[in-house]
Design a protein around this ligand. Structure first.
Ligand SMILES: [Zn+2]
Length: 114
């Protein structure tokens, strides 16, 4: 990464971002990336939006995890099990042995709330 690029990222994290389009000072905000709220900046003048570098990776993982994946249902004792795809686990930072809430949403949708 070049020196100027590093300076640029440092400025971003410290909040002194100038709009690349109109040079106005951008304000910190939360940007909605298809349902995920991530940190970023927005220019009040021209509405230019920029995600923070850390948030960019999180948004990428989140978007990867939104792809539908087929998983098998298996029976263990009296319970039925499904596995959570790795993309979803990574996007949500799931920890082993964490607790989730499972409920029936409608006649063909089971939701898992973490
Ligand atoms: Zn602007």
């Amino acid at each position: 990464m070049s020196e100027s690029k590093i300076d640029e990222l440092k400025n971003l994290e410290e909040g002194g971002l100038k709009c690349p389009q109109c040079n106005n000072l951008c304000e910190r905000t939360e940007i909605d990336v298809e349902g995920l709220k991530v940190r970023g900046w927005k220019c009040a003048k021209c509405k230019y939006e920029l995600l923070s570098p850390g948030a960019l990776e999180k948004a990428y993982l989140f978007l990867q995890a939104k792809k539908h994946e087929k998983v098998k249902i298996s029976k263990r004792g009296n319970s039925y099990m499904i596995t959570i795809p790795k993309a979803i686990a990574d996007a949500l930072d799931l920890a082993n042995h964490s607790v989730a809430e499972v409920f029936l949403e409608d006649q063909d949708t089971i939701s898992v709330k973490i």
